[in-house]
Design a protein around this ligand. Sequence first.
Ligand code: ZN
Length: 331
Amino acid sequence: MQRAIENLSGLCIGKYRVREDSPDRFVLSGNRIVAWLGVWAVLVTSGLFFLAAEAAFFGNHGKKTIGIWAIIIGVICFLQVLANFATYTVDGSAKSVTRRNIFRATTWPRERFSAVSLSVAHHNANEILVLALDLGDNKEIVASVSSTSKGTSIVAIAIRMANLLEIPFHRFGQAVQGGAELCEALAQTNTPAGDGDGRDLIINCPACRKKNTPAVAFDLTEKLHGFAHTSSWVRCLSCKADLHSKLRADELRGMSAEMLAVHVRHRLPWIKTTTALFAAILCLFPWVGIIISPIAMIVNWRVRAWTRTLSIIALAISTIVTVIGLIIISN
Ligand SMILES: [Zn+2]
């Protein structure tokens, strides 16, 4: 068993590499050399930029102020590069991956794990694949990637890990958002899929009017000044419209399209209604209308609702009003 585990050393998982940390532990770590090269490239480039800016605008004056700003911008760029380097999972979960995989690194005890598992899960409405080592009752997550981009390679990695460790491979859930290539790769594992997280649904979409179309349920927690508000949504995968749900995502599990129609409503986000209404009111005023109505139209472009019609009409009226205003001024 121990010899098989040692075979994992050097195995690449996405951007990360398995390495031996101590006689009894393995860690998953990023390529630090690449990260530091990126950081230095940004620091040197920004330093040169500020030297050039100083020479051009300030001569020999204001060196101290420029120096302080150079340091501030350098630090911001440094953090930016670090964040980009760590963007391994999809969107919001990148931060936790940064802490776990780069600064502390995931450590795996050698002997306790019993299986390699690959689950189709969700992060908000995005489908992800989670590769984990089962440790008795818990799971140690090794990697989680978007099912659309790196999904296919993570299937091969999971199988290889199971083979090298000589432990069983389990998979859970069906890929819906991942492409045909991923479904094929999952099917070729010849392992029956266990239950998924139940977030995949079939709905009759009130936004695009498609019948029996795939959708995904998710809970969204918004935090502002210490207050947290959780709302539940169902995203139609055909038109990407977010439909408001009165029940939590878990409570929608297993419901039919007809049952879901009772709990799920098409509620336009306030940004769409507000911009459309502002555009409708301000389109009668030259200059102001021509600024707000294109914004309203961009915000509402993909929505099949009254807000889109209203912002198109507002844009037309504001164009006419502004052209008349220009004619009056030029005369
Ligand atoms: Zn739809």
